[in-house]
Design a protein around this ligand. Structure first.
Ligand code: ZN
Ligand code: ZN
Length: 440
């Protein structure tokens, strides 16, 4: 058994340069949710070259369940840009309508468990720090795509995923069962995982592993083996429609959408109390009005709710909708609510965490194992975890420590790339152990 640890250690160390190259390439050509045409195309290319079966587009996404998809026009623009930046047409052709993401399958054809890994691949909306003390700028891999930057580390996740797939593929003759590598689009805003679950891809998975670099793990060599505390969340866009009118000559004929939306925003922020646990609400965007002397006809609001449990989130969501309705009535407005993202509460299985803990101890670079930590944000991998657990499988969410240049989602975000090979080793060794247990 000792040999296995040494072998994996050596193989992954040799791949370190390549993992970093993958990460920097994805970083440079950052693409936000549902527009990851180039990223998905590159991943597909690598997976095919490795000899994996690859699924794309409608094979991995249920179109009706995709949330928060940009407009046709936006998608076209991004597709065009991706092609100019090296995306491969025969792959992007399967992604029309924003059907990005890729799944690679390694089927050993020998009876055994199915283990799925999920790596998210999307960038954030935002403009990357362009100053020379920001390493991506200094070392030439700053995002070239204006308005998109990898500020959460998903560029690293995609690189880790490709390397895990490569190492497991190289050991195929020693393995059994099936390995499914999910490269998920649109995690930001909790938009993508649900449609992958709805495609049926997780229906026969016995073990599920996912994770994140950073967050509660902020030191290189630190591994969190059991993550919990994800907040259940709903993201929605609200539009208000009133009636414009001359603000001086005939204000009484107007219906003020700006006031309706503003009144809703103020009242929504009074909602966060429940005896059963934590809840959150945030109105993050409010746009309204067209001119100083015009009664505003339209207003647009982007907000999110969260809760420690699915029912707490449901409570805040339904109260929020009551408030929006009330504010609209007060000002004689019409309103529309559109859900553009959702994630559930999730729990890691202790039994599976233990296996990972045992394996992580054998990795030289791992010097601190944290049994349990909370990720008090939201993650749509929870849909996948819950699906696998509902069917009797086990799921786990890990965190891989790394030193960060700034917080997640900050324009100066960057991380110590040493985490890439450590995370790869953790996934590969855990997969091997799980596989051994499943061998019949
Ligand atoms: Zn994020
Ligand atoms: Zn993230």
């Amino acid at each position: 058994m000792n040999n296995i640890y040494k072998d994996i250690d050596r193989v992954v160390d040799l791949l370190e340069k390549e993992i970093i190259e993958f990460r920097r390439d994805f970083h440079k050509y950052a693409e936000v949710g549902w527009t990851e045409f180039r990223t998905s195309s590159k991943i597909t290319e690598y997976l095919e070259k490795m000899g994996l079966e690859v699924k794309l587009g409608g094979e991995i996404l249920n179109k009706e369940s995709m949330m928060g998809v940009p407009s046709e026009e936006e998608l076209k623009k991004h597709m065009q840009r991706a092609l100019e930046q090296g995306a491969v047409k025969k792959y992007t052709e399967k992604m029309y309508g924003g059907l990005t993401g890729v799944v690679g399958i390694l089927d050993t054809k020998i009876q055994g468990p199915t283990t799925a890994f999920r790596f998210d691949i999307d960038a954030n909306d935002g403009i990357e720090n362009n100053s020379l003390d920001h390493r991506p700028k200094k070392e030439g891999f700053l995002s070239v795509n204006s308005g998109a930057m990898h500020a959460c580390g998903h560029d690293g996740h995609a690189a880790i995923g490709l390397t895990v797939a490569k190492v497991l593929k190289s050991m195929e003759s020693k393995l059994c069962g099936k390995f499914v590598f999910i490269f998920q689009p649109a995690e930001e805003g909790a938009r993508g995982a649900y449609s992958i679950v709805k495609s049926g891809l997780l229906d026969e998975v016995d073990y599920f592993l996912s994770g994140h670099i950073g967050f509660a793990a902020n030191k290189l060599g630190q591994i969190v083996c059991n993550t919990d505390g994800f907040l259940s969340t709903t993201k929605f866009d609200v539009s208000f429609k009133g009636k414009s009118s001359h603000a001086g000559a005939s204000p009484q004929n107007g219906k003020n959408a700006l006031l309706g939306a503003a009144s809703a925003a103020l009242n929504l922020h009074t909602l966060c109390q429940h005896e059963e646990g934590a809840t959150r609400i945030n109105v993050g965007v409010l746009n309204a009005g067209t001119g100083r002397n015009v009664v505003p006809e339209y207003a647009e609001m982007k907000l999110e709710t969260r809760g420690e449990t699915d029912s707490l989130n449901q409570y805040v969501t339904s109260r929020a909708i009551d408030i929006i309705k009330g504010a609209a009535m007060m000002h004689g407005l019409e309103y529309k609510v559109k859900v553009v993202g959702r994630a559930q509460r999730g729990k890691s299985d202790k039994e599976l965490s233990k296996i990972i803990e045992e394996q992580a101890k054998n990795i030289g670079e791992v010097d601190e194992i944290v049994e349990y930590a909370k990720l008090t944000g939201s993650e749509d991998a929870t849909y996948m975890m819950n699906k696998v657990q509902e069917n009797g499988g086990k799921a786990v969410y890990l965190m891989f420590g790394t030193k960060k240049a700034a917080d997640h989602h900050n324009s100066s975000f960057d991380f110590d790339e040493g985490v890439l090979k450590i995370a790869t080793k953790v996934y590969v060794l855990s997969a091997i152990k799980i596989n051994e247990r499943g061998r019949i």
